[in-house]
Design a protein around this ligand. Structure first.
Ligand code: GDP
Ligand code: MG
Length: 809
């Protein structure tokens, strides 16, 4: 609890004092230190300041100040006492509880994108967060707690930022987190092979006057390059401990957390608050503004006045906003404007440039004394590789080549484990069929659940391989190059390079991809990206492709698969063009496309990464799909008529086709009715009523298309025969009634048409819901639902007719 929330006449013990250095010093001089007892004398809700009794004195604190003091109450102590505790909580017990509670250290990870924060976070917390060699994947934070040396650590992985100004949502988020959530320690992770740029952020943390520990990560890179760094001395110069680490190997992390404990307990002699010297003129301006800010007591509790003065001189709109509530705001503002003008007149330079220059000057100075640069081999190699892969002409075929290799492996390597799983499912299904008594429940279990889930799990190897390759591309840094190559193209179609990564993520699952558009600054750009992501073929559609491709395009699977993905991309481009001309006419905002250095992938990370994506897929199977499979099964099973069955059997014997009875059951079921109702609509695409059902069934999730196919096209199989592969069944499927009786249901044209339809119509209900949530209105969600379906129909129609022409010209 915070001291500001404690009721009158309550006795509490201080557990820790939060906030920036000068506040903590001021408050501890008044006697507010951990372990001390405080009594609240007067605390009316609207009354400020609040009166306290401390060490026998009466003191008053502002509410904003009391908010930064964390305390423990008797009630809290009782709740956290051991279960068999039956004594009364006296002051001594309260103090012990306070000491215990003070052993929770809240640590926030801050640093540039790609410096290894998430790697470090995963290592120490044993979690499996997404690590990628590119920036801007998420702008929220991950929290984990763990124990170490008798302390509880609450570790937060913040988004990567180059700075703490309010230029981007990530920066704003990180800065607000540090200011509002007041972590005890900020663990600033920096890329040791790129000290100068990484330490820019560190200078801002120094300005904020908070407790910082530095993890000099990627120390292996620094050493391989032959550079020498006196980390100890650098730490002494900056008043912040620097600990060399290699997060990807887990080296140095123990030392980091030991150091964090030392700093937290104020036992580290290195730690002191230094002021970066901004030069005579700037310092004068800082002093002048600081003096005025200091009049406003509540603001001072939250932020250091020097920091605020610097932010004002840097023309930070957020700092102005923060100070708006001050009674002397107009004076602060006038002085700031005067000082900015004065600096401009005096030094012929914008104040914000002066601040940046001074910061880099400070870093250069600190490094001059402690650092001997080596060869930046990583950048040298990176430069060489980049010459090739981002080449104006060669870049694109190389990109296509990598995509092709990925899909080829997915298909070819995946087919082996796929067969094993298929056999496994058949064995289980047969076992259940022979051991269980006949009846509805047996049918549900075998035809519904085992078959349905089996036909989904069978694709797990393919999906794992696909994810392995995309993870590999992300981890090595190639993905960023792909984004770079695409950036030029994206600009041509009026899209943003930043849209590319969400679009690539869309190949995994559209839902996180749509969420990842949050990093796009411009609302129009963001909406546009969201609307075209559904064309990025998500992994749930992959099973459908695999089944149909192995049935009808066995000779050139990778070509068709790559073609489908490319068609999706092409459609996205066309749609972007159309939307840009019509609904979104707007200007582009320029931005820098990051090209992080290449890294040797760490197998552990790549596997974790792969698993992360695969488990998302599995979670979906668990819930939605199981329910959907059962619903589809029920729609197919009811109304269950023995008469049809018997009649079917008679006909079957007469026609000598064993499938007949089961198929007439489906045809008269609810599912059959739905399929027949929509048949006229899909006949122009070459689909029969069962394919229509599959498409409808795919609305909750695309995986269900395949499991429904499994149910629809396989139930007719004789139980005693071994379970054949779905592709084989599809190939031999014929119309058994109607004008096309006897003709094959599927041919290459039908298969292509179906593939295209599945590629283009909206991926699933979850995507529509996500678009609703992220865009804030149903309008765009429904728009997506509608336009993707129309698009899918039109394209399938065109492609079907073209293909038909080629099959029988
Ligand atoms: P974040 O953006 O700061 O969260 O960085 P990540 O944790 O995603 O890491 C970016 C890349 O750097 C990944 O490919 C990691 O495997 C790699 N990496 C992390 N720490 C080290 C390290 O100490 N040495 C080397 N060589 N690579 C590292
Ligand atoms: Mg990260």
């Amino acid at each position: 609890m915070r001291l500001s929330e404690v009721e009158e006449n309550k006795r509490v013990v201080i557990t820790k004092v939060l906030g920036h250095g000068s506040f903590r010093r001021r408050i501890s001089e008044m006697g507010f230190v951990a372990g001390k007892e405080v009594m609240v004398l007067k605390n009316a809700p609207l009354y400020d300041p609040v009166e306290y009794q401390l060490l026998g004195y009466n003191v008053s604190l502002r509410r904003a100040e009391a908010f930064l003091i964390e305390v423990i109450t008797t009630e809290e102590a009782i709740n956290s006492a051991p279960p068999n505790f039956d004594g009364i909580i006296d002051l001594e017990v309260l103090k012990i509880s306070a000491r215990e509670k003070g052993k929770t250290i809240h640590v926030a990870l801050a640093g540039n994108p790609n410096c290894g924060k998430t790697t470090l976070f995963n290592r120490v917390t044993n979690s499996k967060e997404h690590v990628g060699n590119y920036s801007g994947v998420t702008i929220d934070s991950k929290i984990a707690t763990f124990q170490r040396k008798g302390y509880t650590f609450k570790l937060v992985d913040l988004p990567g930022t180059y700075s703490l100004t309010t230029f981007s949502p990530e920066e704003l988020y990180t800065r607000n987190y540090i200011i509002e959530q007041t972590p005890d320690i900020v663990l600033n992770v920096i890329d040791a092979a790129n000290l100068e740029r990484n330490m820019f952020l560190s200078t801002q943390l120094i300005d904020m006057d908070i407790k910082v520990v530095m993890a000099l990560n990627m120390y292996d890179d620094l050493e391989t390059g032959g550079a020498k760094l006196d980390a100890k001395k650098l730490g002494e110069l900056l008043g912040i401990p620097f600990i060399p680490t290699i997060a990807s190997k887990g080296i140095g992390l123990d030392a980091v957390f030991d150091e964090i404990i030392e700093v937290y307990e104020d036992r580290n002699p290195v730690v002191r608050h230094i002021h970066i010297n901004y030069g005579e003129e700037l310092e004068k301006s800082i002093k002048a503004i600081q003096k005025e800010i200091k009049q406003d007591k509540p603001i001072r509790a939250k932020l250091s006045s020097r920091y605020l003065a610097l932010r004002l001189l840097d023309k930070d709109p957020d700092a102005l906003e923060t100070l708006k509530s001050s009674t002397n705001f107009s004076r602060i503002n006038t002085i700031t404007q005067n000082e900015i003008a004065r600096l401009k007149a005096r030094l012929n330079e914008e104040s914000s440039h002066l601040i940046t220059d001074a910061k880099f000057g400070f870093i250069a100075g600190a490094l001059q004394e402690t650092f001997v640069p080596g060869i930046q081999w990583r950048y040298a190699i990176t430069g060489k590789i980049d010459k090739l892969v981002t080449h104006r002409i060669l870049g694109f075929p190389i990109f296509l080549f990598f995509m092709f290799v990925t899909f080829f492996a997915t298909f070819r390597l995946g087919s082996y484990p796929m067969n094993w799983i298929n056999m496994g499912v058949a064995v289980i299904s047969d076992f259940v069929k022979t051991t269980m008594p006949s009846g509805m429940f047996k049918d549900l279990l075998t035809d519904g659940i085992i078959n349905g889930l089996g036909s989904i799990i069978v694709f797990l190897p393919n999906i794992l391989i696909l994810f392995f390759f995309t993870s590999l591309m992300e981890d090595t840094g190639y993905m960023a190059r792909a984004a770079f190559i695409m950036d030029k193209l994206m600009h041509k179609i009026g899209l943003h390079g930043r849209s590319f990564i969400p679009m690539v993520m869309g190949f995994g699952c559209n839902v996180p991809a749509i969420m990842a558009t949050r990093t796009i600054r411009n609302r129009g750009d963001r909406l546009l990206t969201m609307l075209i992501i559904p064309f990025m073929s998500c992994s749930a559609r992959l099973p459908v492709y695999i089944v149909l491709i192995s049935a009808f395009f066995k000779d050139y699977p990778a070509v068709v698969l790559t073609g489908l993905y490319l068609l999706g991309i092409l459609m996205a481009i066309v749609m972007a063009k159309i939307l840009n001309r019509t609904l979104f006419r707007r200007k582009e905002t320029p931005f820098v496309m990051e090209l992080p250095p290449y890294r040797m992938p760490v197998l552990r990370n790549t596997l974790l990464h792969m698993w992360d994506k695969a488990s998302q897929y599995f979670k979906k199977i668990g819930g939605t799909i199981l329910v959907a499979v059962v619903i589809i099964w029920a729609l197919e099973y009811f109304p269950h008529s023995e008469e049809i069955h018997t009649q079917g059997k008679v006909n079957a014997i007469a026609n000598a086709t064993p499938d007949w009875h089961a198929q007439s059951q489906i045809e008269h079921s609810y599912l059959g009715i739905i399929g027949h109702t929509i048949e006229p609509l899909i006949r122009p695409l070459g689909f029969d009523w069962r394919m229509g059902i599959c498409l409808v069934a795919g609305i909750p999730a695309k995986e269900i298309v395949v499991s429904t196919m499994g149910v629809l096209y396989e139930t007719g199989k004789d139980d005693t025969k071994t379970r054949e592969l779905l592709p084989e069944v599809l190939k031999s499927e014929v119309y058994y009634s109607g004008p096309k009786m006897g003709e094959k249901v599927f041919n290459q044209a039908v298969a292509l048409s179906f593939l295209v339809f599945v590629l283009l119509y909206f991926p699933c209900i979850a995507v529509i819901a996500t678009i609703k949530r992220e865009s804030g209105s149903w309008k765009w969600a429904l728009f997506t639902l509608f336009y993707t379906s129309v698009f899918a129909w039109t394209m399938a129609f065109i492609i079907y007719n073209i293909a038909l022409y080629f099959i029988n010209p």
